[in-house]
Design a protein around this ligand. Sequence first.
Ligand SMILES: NC(=O)c1ccc[n+]([C@@H]2O[C@H](COP(=O)([O-])OP(=O)(O)OC[C@H]3O[C@@H](n4cnc5c(N)ncnc54)[C@H](OP(=O)(O)O)[C@@H]3O)[C@@H](O)[C@H]2O)c1
Length: 341
Amino acid sequence: MKASIIRKFGDTDVLEYTTIDTPKPASDEVLIKILATGVNRLDHYLREGKMMPNIPFPHILGSDAVGEILEIGVDVNNFEIGERVIPVPGYPMKKEEENINPMTLASSYGIIGAANHGTYAEYIKVPAKFVIKDTTNLSPELIATLPMVAVTGVRAVKEVGEVKKGDKVVVLAGASGTGSFNIQIAKALGAEVLSTTTSDTNIDFIKNLGADVVINSKKEDLISSVQKWTNGKGADVVIDNLGGKFLNQSIELLKPKGILVSMGFVDSPNVSFDVRSLFFKQISIKGSIMGTKEDLEFAIELVKQGKIKPLLDTTLPLSDANKAHDILVNGKVKGNIVLIP
Ligand SMILES: NC(=O)c1ccc[n+]([C@@H]2O[C@H](COP(=O)([O-])OP(=O)(O)OC[C@H]3O[C@@H](n4cnc5c(N)ncnc54)[C@H](OP(=O)(O)O)[C@@H]3O)[C@@H](O)[C@H]2O)c1
């Protein structure tokens, strides 16, 4: 099959479009003919060798895909040849951990394209247990933008943040890959959302995602803006993908017994805060990582109801995976770049 592979870590030119063996599905797996695959920032970090320096080469990047069932393992009985499907972008790699709930807690949990060969290819084999049916009727280009950001958002906002109708939710960095879905999911759950950016050029983009209030945090004080927005009560939930010095501020934004979801570290992975800010207000700080098959199914339902918009930036042929990474590294990508095998 054709695939875009890396044989070493490095700049975007290490992505090589070539021919390699087509995978053979095991008895519990399906072989999927990939119709479109999404490019995530994770792929760029992996390609550079900044994460998982022990990946065996050659390696295929890519976590997001939509495709059609081409072959079915002998023990699989819930799929048909030609059916449109979406692999869950991560799952436990050890069979004995398949039923751990949530599956992201399994010690062998891995992301497709990081823990094993990914989706920058014509075909991929995936355990049937971690494949869902694509019932959206949307184009492959649009669906391929969704899996990773959608499962991450559903887990962080709905499951970990426990966001519900009427909540006032602060979503940091609303124009970011994660933030743009955190906003959409919080709105779909019936919450009111205040979001932030450091650039005026992102304000309309964030408002179009459904945010009720957008603050340029370089020009306006976030703490007083949230106090005003919540009539002095504080936010019910803060979804923090920035970490570092922002986490301190996120604690201050919360109402008593509020929930802070920590899910990223754009500023820094290291934080420092006064523990009294936690226990006086009795707030919870909870971590969230990726998401489950059920989270993906929930996201796809929201897509079908028109409550989540897939965010497609650019479509390129798979042979141009290196160009896609160039755009990601150098450009202002809003949403995902998609590659077509
Ligand atoms: N927990 C999980 O499962 C999970 C999944 C995916 C990603 N992540 C993590 O989440 C974080 C965000 O990833 P992403 O892909 O969404 O990021 P991204 O698309 O690269 O966007 C990051 C955004 O952060 C804002 N920003 C950058 N520097 C800033 C600063 N100094 N102060 C305030 N805002 C700043 C910028 O928005 P403006 O220009 O609008 O200000 C920028 O667009 C990363 O740490 C990533 O590793 C976690």
